[in-house]
Each structure stands twice: as C-alpha cells, then as structure tokens.
Design a protein around this ligand. Sequence first.
Ligand code: CU
Length: 187
Amino acid sequence: MESNTVAGVLITILTLCAVAPSLATSYTVGDTAGWTTNVDYSTWTKGKTFAVGDTLVFNYPGGHTVDEVSGTDYSSCALGNSISTDSSGSTKITLKTTGPHYYICGITGHCASGMKLAVTVTGAASTTPSTGTTPTTTTPATTTPTTTSPSTTTSSTINSSPATLSPTIAILFSCLAVFKLILSPLA
Ligand SMILES: [Cu+2]
C-alpha cells in the first residue's frame, strides 16, 4: 500500500522535473484581433511552433465559443461533435499532447467565416532544438569548467546558447536532490 504512495510521489516529481526546464509559451490566438470571424488563422499560425505545455489564449466577446474538434469536423466545419467547448470569453487551452489540434467556433456559420484554427504540437520544448530522441544529461568533463565546446551536431541552428543549459542543469540537480531526500528514509 505504501509503495503506491511512494510511486505516486515519484511520478509527480518526475513530471515536475520533465516540465520545469521547458519554458512554456502563451499564444494569444489572432493576437490583437482575437478570436473572431474574418481572420485567417492559418496565417497567424505560420512561423509559430507549438510545444507540449504551451497555452493558447482565445479572447472574444459574447456570441462565440471555442470547440476542440476532430480534423474531419475542422475541415467540414461540422458542429455537434465537439471534444470540448467553452464560451467564457477568455478560453485558455494548455496543449498537452503532440500532433494536430483543431479548434472552431461552435456558432452556426462562424467556422465557415474563418473561425477555425489548426495547430500542430511538437513534443520538444521550445528551448531544445531536438537533436535526437534521447534526452541524456550531458555532464561536462570536470577538468574543463570554462571551455564549452559546441561539438553537438546541430546543423540547423547557429544560436545554440550555452546560457540556457545552466538553469536546466540546475533544475535537474535540484530534482535529484529532492529525489534523494524522499528515497533516503526508505532505504
Ligand atoms: Cu463565433
């Protein structure tokens, strides 16, 4: 029985550790235009990358909704099969899973008038330009504290900033410390 709670705590910490280093971005859908008719949201999404943990903020006056729908319903503007719906006027949606996500307005005719948004969510946090699938912690050699050789094969991005590494590593280390604290009385 007790092992269950321990496992629960460990899972929670693991999740926190995984989420903490990725700086989530909040996107205001349509920017100043907000969530309304006659806005081309495919233009708005262009050039933006959406990662797990990022948030979409829909701002709109009354008379609209934000419905998450399937790709099929998005394409055909079909109403009535919404996965989720909200009409609060300020809908915040945290992107939790990778892959495509589709949102339309549930008011008849509005989707056809442009109130439809499709985003493709990637798994990687925006800070790490996914060089590979293995998130192995690269501990630098203890002898060389100053020279950080950017030997990792990042061909695409030039700005591989070593500054962003240190907070990530710091968080990892603190997570490990918490781990030890929790595990020590059990051993
Ligand atoms: Cu609407």
